[in-house]
Design a binder for this molecule. Structure first.
Ligand SMILES: Nc1ncnc2c1ncn2[C@@H]1O[C@H](COP(=O)(O)OP(=O)(O)OP(=O)(O)O)[C@@H](O)[C@H]1O
Length: 291
């Protein structure tokens, strides 16, 4: 049996001439919250849809809870929690009716009341779906994804469009599931979300993994490079990216024989690192060599 909850090697998928996923490897351990972080169009949804068994792939090996999603059957589906973002449940049903209805699809569902409480919808249990806000609706979607008590939950951009309070509530839901031992894979384009939730993450851009690791380790690895800026005697501003800014400043001090005009040292935030890795900082896009 595969020791990994999700094991992906060399995954590729094209839409016509567009390589949406261009050789991705993923290794998600049982019990962890794994983030797939990347900008719009990076290939996150395509990857998750392949993991869910909803999209075919062109190349690569994919194992999700020990089975290939392309061929796995009903028993596998019951163990993989998938959160839909469509509005397929009838708007006239109440939250409680909807969760109860979905629970019947599973051999060993969680108690619908527990699930409603887990996503913080107790006060809305008797509300009709059409009366829910966008954030409440998304929490209901998660409730439907977890009512079957899945070992693995696959979430595609679960908090897009949430206000900050709803996002924080949602994070608590995910943390609660993780504490209970559920493995969670979630895609997001919010760096803050990946940092808040993920034990480990990959950053993807243009269908490739450009960085991976624990959020804190990524911050250390890519965030240690500082930018030293100064003003030349002719008035031009200069910038130099370096892992040893103190040395650069010492060199500048001896060159200027003391005070360095316009001196500044900027350490990148993780946000800057992320933007650089994904090629959104206006500079040359980071490629594989950056790892
Ligand atoms: N059904 C499709 N047909 C053609 N091209 C597609 C299709 N789905 C996605 N693409 C293209 O594949 C690339 C990856 O898309 P994907 O939706 O996987 O990215 P994403 O990281 O999830 O983006 P977003 O954050 O915007 O959802 C994009 O260039 C997108 O335009």
């Amino acid at each position: 049996m595969n020791q990994l909850a999700v094991d992906v090697r060399g995954l590729r998928k094209r839409y016509g001439p567009v390589p949406a996923v261009d050789g991705i490897d993923l290794a998600v351990r049982h019990g962890e919250v794994f983030g797939v972080l990347g900008p719009n169009g990076a290939g996150k949804s395509t990857t998750v849809e392949i993991l869910q068994g909803h999209r075919s792939r062109d190349e690569g090996e994919v194992s999700v809870l020990g089975a290939d999603p392309a061929t796995a059957g009903r028993a596998w589906r019951a163990r993989v929690g998938i959160v839909w973002q469509d509005e397929s449940a009838p708007a006239e049903l109440t939250v409680r009716e909807t969760v109860r209805h979905f629970a019947r699809y599973y051999a060993r569902p969680r108690s619908p009341e527990d699930v409603i409480a887990m996503v913080g919808l107790q006060e809305k249990a008797d509300s009709r779906l059409k009366a829910l806000s966008g954030g409440q609706r998304r929490r209901l979607d998660v409730a439907l994804g977890i009512v079957g008590d899945p070992g693995l939950l696959l979430l595609d951009e679960p908090t897009t469009g949430f206000d900050p309070a709803a996002r924080h509530r949602f994070w608590d839901v995910i943390r609660g599931l993780a504490d209970e031992g559920t493995t969670v894979v979630l895609t997001t384009h919010y760096l803050q979300e990946a940092e808040a939730l993920a034990d480990r993450l990959v950053v993807i851009a243009r269908g490739r993994v450009v960085a991976e690791g624990e959020p804190a380790a990524l911050r250390r690895r890519y965030g240690e490079e500082a930018t030293v800026g100064w003003t030349e005697p002719d008035g031009r501003t200069r910038e130099f990216r370096t892992k040893t800014p103190t040395r650069t400043v010492a060199e500048l001090m001896s060159r200027f024989d003391g005070e360095v005009p316009g001196l500044r040292i900027v350490r990148p935030s993780l946000e800057d690192v992320y933007l650089r890795l994904t090629g959104q900082d206006g500079g040359p896009a980071a490629q594989e060599g950056e790892r």
